[in-house]
Design a protein around this ligand. Structure first.
Ligand code: PLP
Length: 377
């Protein structure tokens, strides 16, 4: 199989699986238990937290484990609106956030919140200027992703943070860094964000574990899951020890793998861009700066047909977010493409195991598809 859909999820390196196995069947104790095995497990959890925190970088106590990036996004929204409940009920976001942001915001609208969704330009970008124009006295939260999961566009989060400071805004700033972590700089202090969401399965970790970075600017974060008091009382539930071990190991493996370096991925993406744009009819949809995601289109050739055809040959790509099977994603819709281009979008996303040979195979299969079929639109 040639897997070119790393923005959807990533394969798990053997070392990560082994680290998890060790905890699943060996050191299985509950970290809250009082006997030595429990105390030792609590220590290990804190060690894994510290290792992940060092890679962000942040203080270990600022990193809260969650069950996924979706949970982190939902929690960040709730936390910001709770802290700023007297500031107002206005929220600024972009029209191209992940559904883990957009869907909870839709529910909040039904409860009386007002949401401004910034539209991207034709290049997929949103600007700090758009945030400046939308910002109000009663804006409680600005949530803007760092890397868009479909276009690979890197959004100007640091500029937005500077703008909020300069305007003396009390709005909290959250960024969904699920696609950004270990691919573009994510230092939350340098970015100036109050909260940041992460997910392990985009970096070679297991599915079902994420984290929320919470800066000290967020006072007394409101518990997401009240209960037994884990995660310093902020998110109860017995710690997912094996998932956390896997998350930490994935970070270690990724950081030590030269093939996973942003520079290498960017070079591969560049090679892919050249190969694909050489195919008659193929156009670039957005020139995102993230090193691992490229979006192109073969106008007139429905992406579902291309994906099925290539999939049958063992080549895995997508038409956008994995959460939008079969229909045009809201990101593609927001780009305002013509109908033929929108229907033909293809997202290719790279990981450390990909090579130029994978790209060659993709380009040959796509060209053959084009040559075999007539445009349907
Ligand atoms: N945010 C972005 C930008 C994503 O790409 C994803 C996953 O596709 C998520 C959030 C959700 O992460 P998870 O699958 O861990 O819930």
């Amino acid at each position: 199989m040639i897997y070119l859909d790393h923005a959807a999820t990533t394969p798990l390196p053997r070392a990560v699986a082994e680290a998890m196995y060790d905890v699943l069947v060996g050191d299985f104790a509950n970290p809250s238990a009082q006997y030595p095995a429990g105390v030792a497990m609590k220590k290990r959890v804190e060690g894994w937290r510290a290792a992940i925190a060092a890679a962000i970088p942040c203080q270990p106590r600022q990193l809260h484990f969650t069950s996924c990036g979706t949970e982190s996004d939902n929690w960040a929204i709730q936390a910001a609106l709770w802290q700023n409940r007297r500031v107002g009920r206005h929220i600024i976001t972009t029209a191209v956030e992940h559904s883990a942001i957009l869907e909870p915001l839709k529910l909040l609208e039904q409860q009386g919140y007002e949401v401004t969704r910034l539209k991207p330009g034709r290049d997929g970008m949103v600007t700090a200027r758009q945030v400046a124009d939308a910002l109000r006295e009663d804006t409680a939260l600005v949530t803007m992703m760092l890397v868009n999961n479909e276009t690979g566009c890197v959004f100007p989060v640091a500029e937005v943070a500077a703008l909020l400071r300069q305007r003396g805004s009390r709005a909290l700033l959250h960024t969904d860094a699920v696609q950004a972590f270990l691919k573009v700089p994510c230092d939350p202090k340098a970015l100036g964000v109050d909260m940041m969401s992460l997910s392990a399965h985009k970096i070679g970790g297991p599915k079902g574990i994420g984290a929320l970075y919470v800066a000290d600017t967020v006072r007394a974060i409101r518990p997401l899951l009240p209960g037994g008091g884990q995660e310093e009382g902020t998110r109860s539930g017995t710690e997912a020890t094996a998932q956390i071990a896997g998350f930490a190991k994935a970070v270690e493996v990724r950081r030590g793998d030269a093939a996973a370096s942003p520079a290498r991925l960017a070079a591969l993406k560049d090679y892919c861009r050249q190969k694909l744009l050489a195919i008659p009819g193929v156009v670039e949809v957005a020139r995102g700066d993230a090193p691992h995601i490229i979006m192109v289109s073969l106008p007139g050739y429905p992406s579902a047909n291309v994906i099925t055809d290539l999939g049958a040959q063992g080549i895995c790509i997508s038409a956008g977010s994995a959460c939008h099977r079969g229909r045009l994603s809201h990101v593609v819709e927001a780009l305002g493409l013509d109908k033929r281009t929108a229907a033909g979008v293809l997202r290719i996303s790279f990981g450390p195991e990909n090579t130029e040979a994978d790209v060659d195979a993709l380009a040959a299969a796509l060209d053959a598809h084009r040559a075999r079929r007539f445009p349907m639109l």
